[in-house]
Structures are given as structure tokens and as C-alpha cells.
Ligand binder design. Sequence first.
Ligand SMILES: *[C@@H]1O[C@H](CO)[C@@H](O)[C@H](O)[C@H]1NC(C)=O
Ligand SMILES: *[C@@H]1O[C@H](CO)[C@@H](O)[C@H](O)[C@H]1NC(C)=O
Ligand SMILES: *[C@@H]1O[C@H](CO)[C@@H](O)[C@H](O)[C@H]1NC(C)=O
Ligand SMILES: *[C@@H]1O[C@H](CO)[C@@H](O)[C@H](O)[C@H]1NC(C)=O
Ligand SMILES: *[C@@H]1O[C@H](CO)[C@@H](O)[C@H](O)[C@H]1NC(C)=O
Ligand SMILES: *[C@@H]1O[C@H](CO)[C@@H](O)[C@H](O)[C@H]1NC(C)=O
Ligand SMILES: *[C@@H]1O[C@H](CO)[C@@H](O)[C@H](O)[C@H]1NC(C)=O
Ligand SMILES: *[C@@H]1O[C@H](CO)[C@@H](O)[C@H](O)[C@H]1NC(C)=O
Ligand SMILES: *[C@@H]1O[C@H](CO)[C@@H](O)[C@H](O)[C@H]1NC(C)=O
Length: 454
Amino acid sequence: MLVPLLLLLALSNALEIIGEESDGHCSDQLILNPRPHSVSILEFGAVGDGKTLNTIAFQNAIFYLKSFADKGGAQLYVPSGRWLTGSFNLTSNLTLFLERGAVILGSQDPSHWETVDPLPSYGRGIELPGRRYQSLINGYMLYDVVITGDNGTIDGQGSVWWDWFSSHSLNYSRPHLVEFISSNYIVVSNLTFLNAPAYNIHPVYCSYVHVQNISVYAPPESPYTVGIVPDSSDNVCIEDCSISMGYDAISLKSGWDEYGIAYGRPTTNVHIKQVHLQSSSGSSLAFGSEMSGGISNVRVEKVHLYNSFNGIEFRTTRGRGGYIKEIIISDVEMAKVYMAFGATGQCGTHPDDSFDPNALPILDSITLQNVIGTNITIAGSFIGIQDSPFTSICLSNITLSITSGSPTSWVCSNILGFSESVFPEPCPDLEISYTNSSQACFSLINPNGKSAVL
Ligand SMILES: *[C@@H]1O[C@H](CO)[C@@H](O)[C@H](O)[C@H]1NC(C)=O
Ligand SMILES: *[C@@H]1O[C@H](CO)[C@@H](O)[C@H](O)[C@H]1NC(C)=O
Ligand SMILES: *[C@@H]1O[C@H](CO)[C@@H](O)[C@H](O)[C@H]1NC(C)=O
Ligand SMILES: *[C@@H]1O[C@H](CO)[C@@H](O)[C@H](O)[C@H]1NC(C)=O
Ligand SMILES: *[C@@H]1O[C@H](CO)[C@@H](O)[C@H](O)[C@H]1NC(C)=O
Ligand SMILES: *[C@@H]1O[C@H](CO)[C@@H](O)[C@H](O)[C@H]1NC(C)=O
Ligand SMILES: *[C@@H]1O[C@H](CO)[C@@H](O)[C@H](O)[C@H]1NC(C)=O
Ligand SMILES: *[C@@H]1O[C@H](CO)[C@@H](O)[C@H](O)[C@H]1NC(C)=O
Ligand SMILES: *[C@@H]1O[C@H](CO)[C@@H](O)[C@H](O)[C@H]1NC(C)=O
């Protein structure tokens, strides 16, 4: 009995160390560069009546502010009002500030949205082959961009897109609200996001992305709307956010089958803390299913997951290649979640017929600990892949109260793992005691961002 206790103690000490020192991107105080220049969107002829299209005003303002990028940067100020616009691009060393009462409204006319090439790690649009609509607000190869405000709002008015998606009348894959591609040092904070056509915030091939203190909402029936999607990006921090979505609240990705494998850029060094997540038809917190560039070194703590279909879910399938590994999730409160934990090796479609069915994904070193759940219907379903079982799945100190009449608590196949103090008692594949886990349970991310085992 003593050994597991000691292991658990060692584990909590390690966590404290992480909290204080290791993880530069989340625990550092966010210090924003002051911008010596500021202009208001009004100076570019914008009209905040909710009807006038302001795309040209945004484009001209940002073109003008580009000349300040090497002079300390600049701020574009958006006052209270309803500012209808089509898609526009940002520039480096820029702050976009939305005053209280300022609402940027996405146009409901698709001709106001440019189309762009698919992402190389996806090879095509996610929903339709070929090109895709550009996001409402875009950054391409930028440095030091802040989108913030005094609780201003970015409202995608996505209902038309949801209808086109559901009736199969889209000509290109749906746009997102904010997308950064190949950009570094990005901050999104102190705002409200509403009604995204698809994703809300999508950093791809980015480093040092900090999302803090935002609220994100789309209605339960909105198809496949997702909150924040770190995608082939590293050093990402998401904290103090409240996200309620039709599909996933936060979803970590890294490319699709042969395209993602060839591009080979993982999502790594991610820290998520103090978030409230709700998902109507997907998962509060999802990994994959597009994960072909790999997902590793993810630390999630102090999260509240509620009124959701799935709580935490790992998704992959044959043909993906890549890996999901070195994930530690702790201090989770779940309430009214249909399935608390899921890991599946049979989830997701393929971009085309050229995927390699022998590209087997790896799922390894996943630690879930200190979880309390109420009103849970199914505790967990872990279904690995026969030729590539999921390994080192470690569960510790988990108490779930299962609703009466639930058919079964746990379902497992093709997985290997360990558990300690888990109620209800997990399936035999996970019943091996932590005592024997010394080489196998992933427990901390050390200060150099390298994985370590106990
Ligand atoms: C942005 O600011 C940084 C730091 O002052 C500077 O090194 C960089 O050249 C600027 N970027 C542009 C595009 O001017
Ligand atoms: C915005 O940036 C994209 C590249 O990401 C480019 O294709 C497009 O032409 C730009 N649009 C404008 C109006 O500059
Ligand atoms: C979060 O943002 C709101 C405005 O949206 C602001 O009033 C509040 O002070 C912010 N909290 C933190 C911790 O930054
Ligand atoms: C921010 O704005 C949203 C939507 O306008 C509102 O529901 C929310 O209460 C506001 N939050 C704060 C902290 O002011
Ligand atoms: C798709 O394209 C067709 C033909 O150009 C057009 O009539 C239709 O309005 C487009 N649909 C959407 C949702 O943009
Ligand atoms: C968010 O708003 C609060 C309150 O105004 C402010 O103290 C904080 O610096 C802001 N945070 C960011 C990252 O802009
Ligand atoms: C077990 O988890 C609960 C809930 O998260 C927490 O309060 C408690 O401290 C944990 N116990 C240990 C030994 O870590
Ligand atoms: C579970 O959910 C039901 C239905 O929403 C509710 O009546 C009940 O109070 C909840 N039970 C707990 C323990 O939260
Ligand atoms: C631990 O592993 C050893 C060797 O693999 C085995 O003999 C032993 O029965 C295991 N103990 C437990 C508690 O699983």
C-alpha cells in the first residue's frame, strides 16, 4: 500500500514545480507591448450601423498601420457600434482593440469572403475538396498581434453558414472567425466570440499563442462549431475562458492523413487551465481526430466540463499516422456529461483515397487524475487499434457518480494501462495497479519541456 501512496505524493510535488516554473507560456504574466500609434476605424470611413459594409475601411486602416510596424507598432481602435464586414487581413505589431459595445459582424453574403488555398497539412478544405473560405480576421506570417478589448464582440452571424452546411449547398469549406497561419506571438483576450460559421480561433503553424479571458458561444444545434483549435502549433496557452459550442469546445489537431504526415508539424507544449467548457454534440476537450503531425506534451488543469456529450476524448483512425502522447490532465470537475472519457481508434474520415491504411497512429502516455464527476452516464470507453494498441493510459483518483440505469460504466479493448483509486472500478485492461507503473505512467512535463516518467 505504501508504494502507490508515495508515487502519488511524488506526482503532486512534480505538479507544483510545473505550476511555478516550467511552463513559460502560461504562467508568465502577459505583458503587452504598448503601441505608440493608434487610429480609430472611424478615420477610415467606417459606419457602425450594422448595415454598411466596412471591409474596405478595415483593409485601408490596416494597410495604413502597416507603415508603423517597424516603429513600435500600432493600434486599430474599434468604438462601440455594429461594424459589418467581410474578411480582412491583419499585419504585424498590431493591436486590434474592441471597445465595450463594439461588435464586429461577419457578413452573411459569401461574396464578401475571399477564398484561399487549402492548408498544406490538410490537402483540401475540411468539409469540401478544394479551396476554402478565408476566415473573417486573418493573420499570415505575422509577428506580435493582439486582438483584445473591453469585452467587445466578434459575431460571425453563422446561422446562414450552418444552414448551407446542413443543406449541402456550400461551394467551399466554411470560414472561421479568426485564423493565424505561420505566425508567432499572438494574443487573443478580453473579448466575446459569437456564432462562428465553423471554428472560432484557429492558430495553424504558430508559436507562442496566448488565449486569455474570452467567452465563446454558439448555439447547441450549430453543426460542427468549435471554440479554439490549436493546430500544428506550439507553446500555446489557453486560460480563464468560457466556451460553449455545438461541437467541440477546445480541439487540438495537427493535420490530416498523408498531408499531415508529410507536413510533419506537431501540436506541442500546450497548457490549458481554468476553463469552463460545454459541448452539445462533440467533446468539451478533444484531441484529433486530425492528428497526423502528432500531438504531445499537453498539460490541462483546473477545468470544469458540463452539460456535454463527451468530456475528454482522444480520436484517431488508421491512416492518420502521427501520435497523441505525453498528455496530463488533472483537477477536472465534470457535471452532466454523457461519457466522461473516450479514446477511439475508429473515428474520422479520410481526405481522399491516397491515405496509407498502414499509417497507424500511436496513443501513449495519457494520465488522467483528480477527477470528480456527477451525473455521468458512461464513465469511459477506450477502444484502441488492434495493430496499434493504446498504451500507458493511467487513471488516478477519479470518482464518477453514474446515473442510475446506465447500461455499463467502462468499455475497453486494445488498450494497456494502469489505475489507482478509480470509481467505478475500471475494466480489467486498466486494473493493473500503479505499483507496476513506474516505467509507464506519464506524470510531468519537466522545465525543459521534455517528457519524464516516474
Ligand atoms: C515588429 O516589431 C519588431 C520589434 O520591434 C521588429 O523587430 C519587427 O521588424 C517589426 N515587424 C515589422 C514587419 O516591421
Ligand atoms: C489576405 O491574405 C491572403 C494570404 O493569407 C491573401 O491570399 C489575400 O490576397 C489577402 N487579402 C488581401 C485583401 O490582402
Ligand atoms: C476579463 O475581461 C473582462 C472584459 O471582457 C474584464 O472586465 C475583466 O477584468 C477581465 N479579467 C481578467 C482577469 O483579465
Ligand atoms: C461580455 O459581453 C457578453 C456579450 O455581450 C455578455 O454576455 C457578458 O456578460 C459580458 N461580460 C463581461 C465581463 O462584461
Ligand atoms: C454556390 O454557387 C452557386 C453557383 O455559382 C450559387 O448559385 C450559390 O449561391 C452558391 N452557394 C453559396 C452558399 O455560396
Ligand atoms: C484584460 O482586461 C483587464 C481589465 O481591463 C486588464 O487588466 C488586462 O490587462 C487585460 N488583459 C489582456 C491580456 O489584455
Ligand atoms: C483527488 O481528487 C480530488 C478532486 O480533484 C482532490 O480534491 C484530492 O485532493 C485528490 N486526492 C489526492 C490524493 O490527490
Ligand atoms: C442530474 O441531472 C438531473 C437532470 O438534469 C438533475 O435533476 C439531477 O439533480 C442531477 N443530479 C446531480 C447529482 O447533479
Ligand atoms: C508487477 O510486475 C511483475 C513483473 O512484470 C509481476 O510479476 C507482478 O505480478 C506485477 N504486480 C502487480 C501488482 O501487478
